[in-house]
Design a binder for this molecule. Structure first.
Ligand code: ADP
Ligand code: MG
Length: 385
């Protein structure tokens, strides 16, 4: 039984559809990312799961319960927003205790304050304190929990926000771009910390991000959302190596995947950018084919092998541990290919080099962007001889 199943969800706000035919499952203890550009519907989907928006059609099931028509409070989900949304005038302890107090005490009891508590209220308060201490211990923030948010570090604030979300024993944690507002270095730390906490609590998690590197780094599975649809749902390796469409291939990976305009010949081989890709695609002669190649799959060959196209180095990016070599046609002009190279500095702008791409390292797409799968008949991109 998955922790979350979303089936056939549609949602529009008046005009066009914001979500169309969304299917998604999250297994117990799994972390699934919703990855897509801004405006593709990630937050709306998360809000539909949380019950903050009602879907026009489709169902949301949490564990064995169909919660489609339940209000947020009855769904037992925990949500953390990008802003963390801690109350600045309350201590960490008071922030974490909020959802428990809201559930267990009446409005009047909460307002009366600690001085005039009845014995029964006092015992509920003690239980809440115990639950907060317990979660603070598990999050390792016992020492700072009585401070207000302004006196906590960013990481501690994040833990308080997650503590507040998890204190009700929710089985599903929803995170909407929780670290997007942070600087790159702190961001990586903060997201790794979230994964550690998620693993430690064993709670199923949906993590929204527009950052493909982040999604690939932390997820068990990634749902790539484009234009209100789940374009692909798979493991990070599947999404990266086996994209179902050119749009997914282009959205994932830095630098962006190389795309060469090509044409199929009568036997289903593809000619593109001076390379011959020796595959057997189910294409007709003359059919347009886009050939997509990750930068790490472009090899720069120093030799004089005439079977490899001669290209010109137009720019070098040295990243220290490796680098990128931007390659154009012999006449220069716009870069045709970017190659990742361990020793990018071995090259200079203006150098003429030969490049090789293995046919089975390339991905082939038809004009409508759908994937063409063929049988590679040799490891070499260029016809031998
Ligand atoms: P994301 O989180 O992927 O950036 P959102 O889910 O926030 O995208 O928004 C998806 C689309 O729905 C956007 O075009 C946005 O303008 C629109 N949208 C979101 N919420 C509302 C709303 N309450 N009313 C009208 N349009 C909305
Ligand atoms: Mg959003």
């Amino acid at each position: 039984m998955p922790a979350l199943s979303v089936r056939g969800v549609f949602k529009s706000f008046g005009s066009g559809a914001v979500l169309a035919d969304i299917d998604l499952t999250v297994a117990e203890g799994e972390i699934v990312s919703l990855l897509g550009p801004s405006g593709c519907g990630k937050s709306t989907l998360l809000r539909v799961v949380a019950g903050l928006e009602r879907a026009d059609r489709g169902t949301v099931q949490i564990g064995s319960r169909d919660v489609s028509s339940l209000p947020p409070g009855a769904r037992n989900v925990a949500m953390v927003f990008q802003s963390l949304a801690l109350y600045p005038h309350l201590t960490g302890r008071q922030n974490i205790a909020l959802p428990l107090r809201a559930r267990r005490l009446t409005r009047l009891q909460r307002m009366l304050g600690p001085l005039r508590l009845s014995p029964s209220v006092r015992s509920i308060e003690r239980e809440i304190d115990g639950a907060v201490d317990d979660i603070a211990g598990r999050l390792d923030i016992q020492g700072v929990i009585d401070r207000v948010p302004a006196r906590l570090s960013g990481g501690q604030r994040q833990r308080v926000a997650i503590g507040r979300a998890l204190v009700r024993d929710s089985r599903l944690l929803l995170l909407d771009e929780p670290v997007s507002s942070l600087d790159a270095k702190v961001r990586a730390q903060a997201r790794d910390e979230i994964v550690q906490i998620q693993r430690a609590f064993g709670v199923a998690c949906v993590f929204v991000t527009h950052d493909q590197g982040e999604a690939l780094a932390i997820s068990d599975r990634v749902a790539v959302m484009l234009g209100g649809r789940v374009a692909q749902f798979g493991t990070p390796a599947e999404i990266y190596r086996d994209p179902v469409s050119l749009a997914v291939a282009r959205f994932v990976g830095t630098p962006t995947i190389n795309v060469l305009d090509g044409t199929a010949d009568a036997s289903g081989r593809v000619l593109a950018g001076g390379f011959v890709f020796d595959v057997r695609l189910d294409t007709t002669a003359g059919q347009k084919v886009s050939v997509a190649v990750r930068p790490e799959n472009v090899r720069i060959a120093a030799g004089h092998d005439d079977s490899r196209p001669l290209l010109r180095v137009v720019r070098i990016e040295d990243h220290g541990h490796d680098g990128l070599v931007h390659l154009a046609g012999r006449d220069g002009g716009e870069a045709l290919l970017v190659a990742r190279a361990g020793r990018a500095l071995a090259f200079r702008p203006g150098d003429e080099v030969r490049a090789a791409i293995s046919a089975d390292d390339a991905l082939y797409f038809s004009e409508d962007g759908s994937r063409l799968v063929g049988l590679p008949v040799s490891m070499a991109a260029y016809a031998r001889g």
